[in-house]
Design a protein around this ligand. Structure first.
Ligand code: SAM
Length: 465
């Protein structure tokens, strides 16, 4: 081996060693999560739930950083070092430090050596001293093994909501997975994560926010004001959202019988605010995947589609298709669906109150929970309304703006019907009449609490119309 080859070999060995040490720290952080999450409170069995200590699995943290690097356009060692030299990273609720170690891994994979990260400034805040001690010990192991010091990575035992009021850094990017904990009645927000986000947005030296938060941040009325604050913060917005069926992001805690909180199967959104383009508005569909598809899902950038800052829903949509995103783009002057409906008369059919793969249309039987009666002024309008509710476009609209489960009156009534769409469907009213007349051939039945529920799946009927 000549001198050059020998130097390269040594440097590859050193890089492999550095990556191996980080992997060990990641594994340790993931393994310790259950034990650590119970420490720090007076009653260990309640501590986990009370502090929202559901730590992030390593594969999810890796995915988080992939999206973060993409958002900040960090694509090589140079851009990484430039970013680091002008940023204070702050983890408000660091737990065992998964985000710090997985950041180091992402940086190492871009070619960063421990020495090149000497300027990295990472404030590692948590209220739980045991978790921070564990984190510091793991970091020290790496430092000892490599003979380097990460002096800018500083653990800080604090309540984050106090930390924001007592620190004054500039160019701060907040990262991580804040606690999801129900707040007491009468609190400003229903859930503590929203207090964290609001505190970050109000921080004077803010440059960005990248968090894993509950999906409710995208659509719930409870967080409409929080979304308004996000939209007006003058930062680019990128959001990817994750369902909890059949697989879910947070696998931790499942075997633990004390876990009455569904945080482990939460539907989540990875929200990235900031980055070089303050006008950016992009979001993924609500992603769902089989367990076997998890590695692919978490190593792939989801399909992001643009959305409008003035989206009338006030939501962060989850655009389900290009067709729907394009349609919404041209729908500002459209008539709301409600103007095609009548308030009086006998319902012509009803719509199932929950959906999964299609919007179920039912014969109207009686008023009651679980279905939405639809009334129209004429048979022509019935044909038009039937086509809209059975269309792929409306299904995608529901996937984009709904909670992924319920079909609500509000959602139906707000659907914008453009003139072009109305004209096209009006020319199909004869087809709609025929389809309705032989609806039995589209029937699907399922048992619900001992009752047979029959609904019509008209997707195929109007597919080509
Ligand atoms: C969802 S865990 C996240 C841990 C880690 N970031 C991860 O994803 O693996 C939430 C963490 O928030 C911490 N925590 C709860 N309330 C806090 C507060 N007011 N200030 C700082 N940390 C808090 C808990 O101790 C816990 O470690």
């Amino acid at each position: 081996m000549n001198g050059l080859a020998s130097t390269r070999w040594k440097s590859e060995q050193a890089h492999g060693h550095w990556l191996g040490l980080i992997d060990q720290a990641i594994l340790a952080a993931e393994t310790a999560e259950l034990e650590l999450s119970r420490q720090g409170g007076s009653d260990p069995s309640q501590q986990r739930k009370a502090s929202g200590s559901y730590y992030t699995p390593a594969d999810v943290a890796g995915h988080f950083w992939d999206l973060f690097f993409r958002h900040h356009r960090i694509c090589d060692l140079n851009s990484l070092l430039t970013f680091i030299s002008s940023t204070e990273l702050v983890e408000p609720s660091a737990g065992s430090g998964m985000f710090v170690f997985s950041f180091l891994k992402k940086a190492a994979l871009l070619g960063a050596t421990p020495e090149s990260l000497a300027n990295l400034r990472f404030h590692v805040v948590d209220i739980n001293l045991a978790a921070l001690r564990f984190f510091s010990e793991n970091l020290r192991e790496i430092e000892r093994a490599l003979g380097v010091g990460f002096d800018g990575i500083g653990p800080d035992q604090s309540d984050f909501l106090e930390w924001v009021n007592t620190s004054a850094f500039t160019n701060v990017v907040f990262v991580g997975n804040p606690p999801f904990v129900a707040n007491p009645r009468g609190a400003r927000w229903r859930n503590l994560y929203a207090d964290f986000v609001e505190a970050m947005l109000s921080y004077r030296g803010i440059k960005g926010v990248s968090l894993i938060v509950p999906l409710s941040v995208c659509f719930s009325r409870d967080y409409a004001d929080l979304r308004a604050a996000v939209r007006t913060a003058g930062m680019g917005i990128s959001a990817s959202s994750y369902d909890n069926i059949p697989d879910y992001l947070f696998k931790a805690g499942k075997p633990d019988s004390t876990n009455t909180n569904r945080a482990n199967s939460q539907r989540c959104t990875i929200l990235n605010l900031g980055g070089p383009d303050p006008m950016l508005r992009e979001a993924s569909p609500l992603l769902s995947w089989l367990t076997a598809e998890r590695p692919t899902l978490l190593s792939t950038v989801p399909t992001f589609r643009p959305f409008s800052n003035d989206d009338p829903s006030g939501q962060i949509p989850r655009p389900a298709s290009d067709a729907l995103a394009d349609y919404m783009h041209d729908a500002s002057d459209a008539r709301p669906f409600r103007t095609f409906l009548s308030k009086i008369g006998k319902p012509v059919f009803s719509v199932g109150g929950v959906a999964r793969n299609y919007i179920g249309i039912r014969d109207y039987e009686a008023a009651g929970a679980g279905c939405i009666p639809i009334k129209t002024h004429s048979e022509e309008e019935r044909g038009l309304v039937l086509q809209i509710l059975s269309s792929k476009l409306f299904y995608d609209y529901w996937r984009t703006y709904g909670d992924g489960f319920h079909v609500t009156v509000d959602l139906i009534e707000r659907f914008p019907v453009t003139d072009t769409l109305a004209r096209r469907l009006e020319s199909n009213v004869n087809l709609a009449r025929q389809v309705w007349a032989c609806r039995g051939s589209f029937a699907k039945e399922k048992l619900n609490s001992g009752r047979v529920i029959r609904s019509y799946d008209f997707r195929a009927a109007f597919e080509k119309a």
